[in-house]
Design a protein around this ligand. Sequence first.
Ligand SMILES: Cc1cc2nc3c(=O)[nH]c(=O)nc-3n(C[C@H](O)[C@H](O)[C@H](O)COP(=O)(O)OP(=O)(O)OC[C@H]3O[C@@H](n4cnc5c(N)ncnc54)[C@H](O)[C@@H]3O)c2cc1C
Length: 393
Amino acid sequence: MIPRSADYEVKLTPDHESLRHTVRDFAEKEIRPVAFDIDRNNKIPRDLLHRIAGVGLTAINYKEEYGGLGGDLLSMVIALEEVARVSAACSTVFVASHLVSEPLNEWASEEQKKRFLVPMVSGEKFGAHAMTEPGAGSDVAGIKSTAKLHGTHWEINGRKTFITNGEIADLYLVFARTSPPPSSRERHKGLSAFIVERGTEGFQVGNHIETTGLRGSQPSELILDHVKVPQDNLIGKEGDGFYIGVKTYDRGRVDVSAQGVGIAQAAYEAAISYAQTRISFDKPLIDFQQVQYKLAEMAMGLHTARLLTYWAASLKDQGKEFVKAASIAKVTATETAEKLSLLAMMIHGGYGVATEYPVERYLRDSQIIKTYEGTNDIQRLTIAKQLIKELKD
Ligand SMILES: Cc1cc2nc3c(=O)[nH]c(=O)nc-3n(C[C@H](O)[C@H](O)[C@H](O)COP(=O)(O)OP(=O)(O)OC[C@H]3O[C@@H](n4cnc5c(N)ncnc54)[C@H](O)[C@@H]3O)c2cc1C
């Protein structure tokens, strides 16, 4: 309960700063010119995704033996923040793909890693994490998809929805029930995770879901109709699916926090720049105290969100307990992204709601990061659960 100073250590090195410059330069040159069209057309060019992978977005956290760069989570956070600052939609493709590469890294066998993880780390293949169903979102244990073992194959049946990268992925991590829950209090038991490759018979990408924000990252429905996958496509042990999902989201929330910081940074920069150049009553907006007050609020939120996000990543990098920190960072960073987008819109006056300016996009994007990988309501529950656990320990 009493905080230890060491638990607040965030070690940023010159390598982190150099990575930030590399990704920022890349994002300015390669993503900025198409960010508006990505949102308007709701499509990210595939070759751009491969080029983003080329600056390390698929490789940073993985060992060199799998083609990775052997970097820490803090590095990934900085890279995602810089991509999200220019296009949160582009960063989402990688955040969602990590929800496949991370569990492969943690729970797949060496043979599975060679087949599935290596092409993901190189950026050749993208992943989609298929947990949510029409009847089960926050309540992961309520999923109804099933998988049954028939000789050497699993047969999977079910329907998934809101699956980011559904349309573009090559590898799908599909969660399904392999045995009934032993009791009503143990609904989380009996779920398992499988890799389904694009093109497998009976597997179909269903409707594309139009969303207000993160346009381009394309959530879709998935239909699994008697899909047969080899026995060896089971990831981890049979029955470990809930644990694999939940542990994956613990880490994934740090990625989402980084997206929040990136959006908040973009809103802050837009507001500062507009306040300096827009003349009203013969003065730039920044000369008015009410505008200064809003900018101060924005700076406070931005630095808080960034520090909490780096803190959560650093705890994970040091092998310390980071689940509560990840939830605190996720809520703070995503709600800061929303708040700063609204303040930036206010500072832009009428232009704040004009779609030719990017600030209204930041607000739309912020709504989704508050929702996925566990809504912020669920994060508050997680924080409270951890607090109560700490009281008992
Ligand atoms: C754009 C987008 C992309 C997504 N990408 C993916 C993906 O790639 N893979 C995937 O599997 N899923 C994905 N999702 C699904 C996402 O994780 C779920 O939408 C989210 O978990 C919430 O589930 P739900 O929509 O069913 O809402 P519900 O669970 O029905 O919740 C509805 C409301 O009730 C609240 N609520 C629910 N239960 C509780 C509770 N116990 N206590 C307090 N409040 C509660 C929630 O906070 C929310 O406000 C995506 C969603 C979106 C919008």
